[in-house]
Design a binder for this molecule. Structure first.
Ligand SMILES: Nc1nc2c(ncn2[C@@H]2O[C@H](COP(=O)(O)OP(=O)(O)OP(=O)(O)O)[C@@H](O)[C@H]2O)c(=O)[nH]1
Ligand SMILES: O=C(O)[C@H](O)COP(=O)(O)O
Length: 230
């Protein structure tokens, strides 16, 4: 086994429970479909990231496994489903015996391109930890480590600061890559800003948003409005 191989690890919550923060504007079936569409885009972009040796999906949802299979990803069963950190830790434990590098990403970053992931992987040659902050909410949209046991995952509120602090505490140097592709996620209604909708190819997610007529439903037109500063 080549120890410099990098595997991607994607935690996926049961689709029927996904995207609760969008509950005011999307019904449960729409939230589930959006989560599935984003997973397809994330797995497609990871599959097209040439330096990745493999992808693993950690989930309890059979539908997530069906999607994972389509993209050639390995499957790790999340039997307890007690949140993102327990799920990621389960995945890290599964990869640990192989001594691989890992790139942990959430399933809701459909804007991340293969070249963004390649950049993270290259940075791992320079520092043992690489973090990509979420652009707006203090989250972490990619956590890459030279080995799966370097940091325990601390996803959730203010996780970027928590991951950085943990790396410092362990005396592990850390690169921070501010990536527009990886940094943008869809968590809250505000994330459906006009910039996102009119931006480049958004793949399966874009098609689903078109189908939802998201712009019309939320009164967003084609003109830039200060929903967020990009
Ligand atoms: N396997 C697994 N993945 C999870 C779990 N909880 C969250 N995730 C995943 O972890 C990432 C971050 O998820 P969250 O922000 O907690 O949940 P979300 O569904 O994206 O959004 P909210 O419901 O609005 O919080 C996403 O990829 C989720 O699918 C869990 O219990 N098990
Ligand atoms: O740090 C975090 O928790 C994240 O940014 C991950 O997930 P989310 O974008 O789905 O909340």
């Amino acid at each position: 086994m080549d120890e410099s191989e990098t595997w991607a690890l994607v935690p996926v919550k049961r689709f029927s429970q996904a995207k609760g923060r969008l509950g005011d504007i999307l019904v449960a079936t729409e939230r589930a479909k959006l989560a599935q569409a984003m997973l397809c885009d994330v797995l497609g972009n990871l599959r097209d990231t040439r330096s990745l040796a493999g992808i693993a999906v950690v989930s309890a949802d059979p539908e997530a496994f069906a999607i994972a299979k389509r993209f050639g990803a390995a499957m790790i069963f999340d039997e307890v489903e007690t949140g993102v950190n327990a799920a990621v830790q389960r995945g890290l434990d599964a990869l640990q015996p192989y001594g691989r590098r890992v790139l942990v990403v959430p399933a809701d970053i459909p804007f991340a391109r293969p070249e963004d992931f390649e950049h993270v992987i290259r940075l791992l040659d320079h520092t043992p930890i690489v973090l990509v902050p979420a652009l707006y909410d203090g989250g972490t949209n990619a956590l890459a480590m030279r080995s799966p046991d370097m940091l325990e995952p601390r996803f959730g509120e203010d996780s970027f600061r928590a991951h950085r602090a943990l790396a410092r505490q362990r005396q592990l140097s850390c690169s921070v890559f501010k990536s527009h592709g990886i940094g943008k996620d869809i968590d809250c209604p505000i994330d459906f800003g006009p910039y996102l909708i009119s931006s480049q190819n958004l793949g399966t997610t874009g098609s689903f948003l078109d189908e939802l007529r998201i712009a019309e439903r939320f009164g967003i037109d084609d003109h830039p409005v200060p929903v967020r500063l990009f």
